[in-house]
Write a protein of this length. Structure first.
Length: 209
């Protein structure tokens, strides 16, 4: 036959002051100890009242603001316009959660410099912003533009497409002057692959880099 043993609790009035505060503190404070949780002191504690909570939530956790962790991530591509520390800091303040590095443009040395500056800004702002490296696949790309200034094309104008190839692709910079408009291309054998009269389509995909 199973037997049940009853354990008698000593009445609160029979406890000493220190024992009563220890009991009250144990029931007041949750299993973990957030900084905002403060157990009652001897002046506020009523030794004759025993409060039992069924959850790990205290009054202070309800009445005071608690730090929240945002689960939604904002991914920002780190283009030339945001390679400086000031703009990086503004992006972090605006809610950026992931910095995307596009390895289809530039070289590893340049991206390393941007990454070093980005980590410096994150350390200064105590930010845990993540880094995403988008590696380059097989493709034909145009080279960077001089001073990162866009080139406005006009209907019927002549354009020089320079087959820079992998050796010059990362250093060549396209430009537009009164004399000519010249852009670089990553495909070294462009001149051998096309013939006079062929059409070349240069496409900027929506939301592209």
């Amino acid at each position: 036959m199973a037997t049940t043993a009853a354990v008698a609790r000593a009445p609160m009035s029979s406890l000493t002051l220190d024992e009563g505060l220890a009991k009250a503190s144990a029931f007041w404070t949750p299993d973990y100890h957030p900084e905002s949780i403060m157990p009652p002191d001897s002046a506020e504690a009523n030794i004759d009242v025993l409060t039992v909570r069924s959850t790990g939530i205290s009054t202070a956790m309800i009445m005071k603001d608690q730090p929240m962790v945002r689960k939604t991530k904002i991914v920002c591509t780190m283009g030339p316009k945001c390679w400086d520390e000031k703009t990086m800091a503004e992006l972090i303040d605006a809610g950026m959660g992931v910095a995307r590095f596009n390895f289809s443009h530039g070289d590893h040395e340049a991206h390393q410099g941007v990454l070093d500056r980005f980590r410096k800004v994150c350390a200064e702002k105590n930010s845990n912003c993540a880094v995403l490296l988008d590696t380059k696949g097989p493709e034909v790309r145009t080279a960077m533009l001089r001073n990162h200034e866009p080139i406005q094309l006009e209907k019927g104008q002549e354009i020089i497409v320079y087959a820079a190839g992998p050796d010059e692709y990362t250093t060549f910079e396209g430009y537009k002057t009164e004399e000519e408009t010249k852009i670089g291309c990553s495909y070294a054998k462009l001149c051998q692959s096309v013939k006079p009269g062929n059409k070349l389509l240069f496409c900027r995909r929506l939301g592209g880099d």
